[in-house]
Ligand binder design. Structure first.
Ligand SMILES: [Zn+2]
Length: 353
């Protein structure tokens, strides 16, 4: 759930508090005023508008971006907002809505939300993931409901409420609805923030999705950690499992695992001591180990393999020096003198988080 460009990224991940409070009071009011499912379908309310958006299947790998954009555009036009659609990458539209301020020369406010959702496995759902089914106790089932179609709808409904109160913003308020966030945003937000169109918005403050809250409280985030996938590979002399000798691939990898483990502890200790929160330290967790010589019934238990590999999920804080961390990896975790190598994979297409 993150934008790809640090300039934009580090200043967001915050909830639109007052907008949300306005909206939720409106949603609650509407929810209790609707007597039956049938009547609900006939009405045009924040809830039914939310459901209509949810019924557009924007899940990967084939998100229906155009239907989503046309729905949101119609909503925006009904509110008197202006709209502009960019297509920095063919087939991946990015919708920008604007509520002009009375002093548009001031730095603007940007509210961001992504159009796409992660895939759903319909067989495992109580209700079809794109039915936006609403139960009698008010729960709505839909893929993307929290992450993050509710955000776009909250922005629009908050504006609707503010307009109904004759509020007029001093600064221009923009809403960007971006494609491909769930697959890294490289063809969406990343291209947008590098464009002249983005520069011209003169954004002074931006808000993006955060975490769902079951109550009325909203946690505020002002930064997000950066994921690194680190793969460490070791090679060494293969040999019989009965022998003790130096420089086997597994021995090299085990030493690395110990070094990684020491670093992990050093970070975790700070959290355990109450001196930092989880998000304030670099986390590293082993996620796989790959080695061994296979045999008919599993692995040959008497062979020391010539290759071994381990994968780690690292999360860097916004203040982590990436070069320093790379130096640590090269020196302590995967030293070439021990026949080791490493690879850092940044947030990539296949990582759906
Ligand atoms: Zn998200």
């Amino acid at each position: 759930m993150s934008m790809a460009t640090s300039h934009f990224h580090s200043s967001i991940k915050v909830f639109a508090l007052f907008h949300l409070i306005l909206l939720f009071s409106s949603l609650l009011h509407t929810a209790t005023a609707i007597p039956s499912h049938q009547r609900e379908q006939e009405q045009d309310t924040p809830i039914t508008r939310f459901q209509r958006y949810l019924r557009i299947n924007t899940a990967h790998p084939t998100p229906d971006y155009y239907s989503a954009v046309s729905f949101l555009k119609a909503q925006a036009h009904s509110l008197g907002l202006t709209s502009k659609t960019f297509e920095f990458t063919p087939g991946k539209p990015l919708l920008l809505l604007t509520w002009p301020g009375s002093n548009p020369s001031l730095p603007s406010i940007l509210l961001n939300s992504h159009l796409d959702s992660v895939p759903a496995e319909p067989a495992k759902w109580l209700h079809p993931p794109f039915s936006a089914h609403r139960t009698s106790d008010g729960k709505i089932f839909a893929r993307g409901a929290q992450d993050d179609k509710c955000i776009a709808v909250q922005y629009l409904e908050a504006i609707r409420n503010l307009k109904a109160r004759a509020f007029s913003p001093l600064r221009s308020v923009h809403i960007s609805l971006v494609p491909d966030e769930e697959i890294g945003g490289l063809n969406g937000a990343a291209k947008f923030v590098e464009s002249d169109d983005f520069l011209r918005l003169n954004v002074g403050f931006a808000l993006d999705e955060g975490q769902a809250s079951p109550g009325d409280e909203f946690r505020v985030f002002y930064a997000d950690r950066i994921p690194w996938n680190v793969i460490i590979r070791a090679t060494g002399v293969p040999g019989h499992g009965a022998r003790l000798y130096d420089g086997s691939a597994m021995e090299n990898l085990m030493e690395s695992m110990e070094a990684v483990s020491r670093f992990r502890e050093s970070q975790f200790d700070v959290v355990k001591a109450g001196k930092a929160l989880n998000g304030d330290v670099v986390s590293v967790n082993p996620v796989y180990v790959k080695a061994g010589v296979t045999s008919d019934d599993g692995f040959a238990m008497n062979v020391q393999p010539s290759e071994a590999e381990a994968g780690f999920d690292l999360r860097l804080t916004p203040t982590t020096d990436p070069d320093e961390l790379k130096r640590r990896i090269a020196k302590e975790w995967a030293p070439a003198v021990r026949n080791m190598s490493y690879e850092v994979r940044f947030f990539m297409k296949k990582n759906l988080i």
